[in-house]
Design a protein around this ligand. Sequence first.
Ligand SMILES: [Zn+2]
Ligand SMILES: [Zn+2]
Ligand SMILES: [Zn+2]
Length: 373
Amino acid sequence: MEQEMKADSDPDLDPEPGRPLTPSAPPGWLDDCERIVQGRGAKPLPPPLDPPGKPGEQRSRPSFVQHSVPPMTEAAARQALLRFVASRCCYGSRAAGELAIRQLRQLGTYRYRLETFSESRLSEWAFEPFTKPGAARPPGDAPLDPWDVEVRAPPLFQGQTWRCRVPHSALVRDCHRCHGHGRSRCGVCHGAGRTRCVTCKGSRWRLKQQKRCQLCSGTGRKRCNTCSGRGSKTCATCQGEKKLQHFKQLVITWKNNVFEFVSEHHLNFPGELLSKVSGENIFKDENVAVYPIIDFPEPEISLASQRAIAEHSAAFATSSRILQQRQTIELIPITEVHYQYSGKPYLYYIYGLENKVYALDYPERCCCSCTIV
Ligand SMILES: [Zn+2]
Ligand SMILES: [Zn+2]
Ligand SMILES: [Zn+2]
């Protein structure tokens, strides 16, 4: 309603034809239509109660892969540090080359991930100028349920949004903007066809020259340029067609929702760094619906799996249709490197299969700001 009132007060702010008139349908004819969008925003439509493809079959539980952290050698540890200092302008490389590695402590942490690939549908009213007689909805042909519209889903776990017309939802009505005239009042001259002369500002006189304004021939008014003096212009809403075809537009959104959990590692190491690296895949389970993991050696991971599945089920099962789920466990290697430099002990970490380095107390750092060269 707000959009329509706004449009009435300024005819030049007309929405583009074909753009959804969210969420209101044209006034006066809603009663014979199924109103599926209410309130200010379009809401997702709940899927049918019994979606096809629900898992009913017995599945054997995928087993955990026997795993071990790839061994970290002293040479590899030093190389990782050298690569790290080379990428930082205020870290010197001499210490990295000369330090004496005392101990390599190989550790690891688990990352659990649940991906839920969901499809949600909502429909909204849209309209366009009606140009094709005969394309309107045949009488008695009920609009399809939006969940009955068959579409091909994108590849699994890839988000996408798609719009299409709900078949048999079209209705043709007089354009609500011009009331079926095909023309609307010019917003510049308000229908008069003439506007105030800008040269004499409507006074008819040029005060400095002490004579009548020649540009408006002393009338104080000029022909409106916007409507060429007609006082009206082609209705922008129906593009002069007088009628609009309203239809339900179906918006389908496929989304990959991700839950991630990294187990506690009790190290002096910022945990958020771990979400940016890859680990060794030790468990993968994919199906329309996955079951919570119950017997993983680290109970935290089993609990995370149970929590993730419950959360995703609560969040997506009623408002959308879950098409596929995938849960994985990765082992992210972390190596604690103890070393000595100039007689003092230091420590750095190597993490992820990419051998990234975290070295907080690296001895050879200049204290100046990196921006000053
Ligand atoms: Zn005008
Ligand atoms: Zn004038
Ligand atoms: Zn119109």
